[in-house]
Design a protein around this ligand. Structure first.
Ligand SMILES: [Zn+2]
Length: 318
């Protein structure tokens, strides 16, 4: 796909969406059938991606080309002896998250981490780590809302799919309150567990005006989620994969050469990228691959940013 075609396509979608958004509730969610496709994401869950019926995303023209690292599932989970715990005063951040965070900081590479809030802020050390690393406080990272507990039916799964509006609003509110109470920070970006959502998710997130960005959200022009309502957030699309499966980072050669993916969207066309990864699952190979991919993208002239910074400072959106 040529770059012009991509932007033409996105522009047409945006025009359609703006038209629809201008109408009063034009969308009846019952008209849209959601297909569930196993895909790659997060944790032990199967990602639920749904087919978009109402594309709405656009990335306005801007100088430069940017990469957003969407690194999921940051929370406290082991104690200082390495024993698995999910809560308590001894809970610490997973060592692999600390490893990737240290490398990103040392190399001046901005990134974003998806927080699971019910399993976070068990002690002051964690709150201090978040505060000290937050881009708002001069750090390198944006922390975004990945969910309150990442659970559904007692499984580590799709918290925002089929759980109902009241439940979803409550979980977003609890997550936001927990972040702010412990750090003074405010979430500006959302991406649910498994990138799975429904019409209630759209309504729920719309109730939180401080959330400006939804990564891989509904109306993603890559057609990976169903749009059953119109979001008020800026949607960052999913164009290119960093991982072949949750926790398995492609080699640099694979990253570059996969037909229809990076080479189509970026290498020759300069599209912005939002790359999803799961550092808590990365082995030595995945870390090495990640470092090489980041170095390669820098050599290609990409700048690393965060979702909200991209929205606010690159695109100058409100
Ligand atoms: Zn997740």
């Amino acid at each position: 796909m040529k770059n012009e075609n991509l932007f033409t396509r996105i522009g047409l979608m945006a025009a359609t969406a703006f038209f629809l958004a201008a109408c009063a509730n034009p969308l009846d969610s019952s008209k849209f059938s959601a297909s569930q496709n196993p895909a790659t994401d997060s944790d032990s869950e199967t990602e639920i991606d749904e087919v978009s019926a109402v594309p709405a995303s656009i990335i306005p023209a801007h100088p430069g080309k940017y990469v957003i690292l969407k690194l999921d599932d940051l929370h406290q989970q082991v104690d200082e002896a390495g024993l698995p715990v999910t809560k308590g005063a001894n809970a610490v951040i997973h060592a692999r998250f600390k490893q990737v965070a240290a490398w990103l900081t040392a190399t001046g590479t901005k990134a974003s981490f998806g927080l699971i809030c019910s399993n976070s802020f068990y002690n002051q050390a964690f709150s201090d780590w978040i505060k000290g690393n937050a881009i708002e406080n001069g750090g390198t990272f944006e922390f975004w809302l990945h969910g309150f507990d990442h659970m559904q039916d007692n499984r580590y799964y799709a918290e925002f799919l089929g759980t109902g509006l009241t439940y979803q609003v409550s979980h977003i509110r609890q997550a936001c309150d927990r972040l702010t109470a412990n750090t003074g920070l405010v979430f500006h970006t959302f991406a649910p567990p498994g990138n799975a959502g429904d019409a209630d998710s759209v309504q729920a997130v719309n109730q939180f005006p401080s959330i400006k960005v939804w990564m891989y959200g509904p109306s993603d022009p890559s057609n990976r989620m169903v749009a059953t309502n119109v979001t008020t957030q800026f949607i960052i699309p999913r164009l290119v994969e960093l991982e072949s499966a949750p926790g398995k980072v492609y080699s640099l050669t694979e990253f570059i050469q996969r037909p229809g993916d990076y080479d189509s969207y970026s290498l020759h066309q300069g599209a912005d990228l939002c790359l999803q990864g799961h550092p808590s699952k990365w082995d030595t190979n995945s870390f090495a691959n990640f470092y090489q991919v980041v170095a390669f993208l820098k050599s290609e002239g990409y700048q690393f940013t965060t979702p909200y910074e991209f929205h606010r400072d690159v695109l100058h959106l409100q």
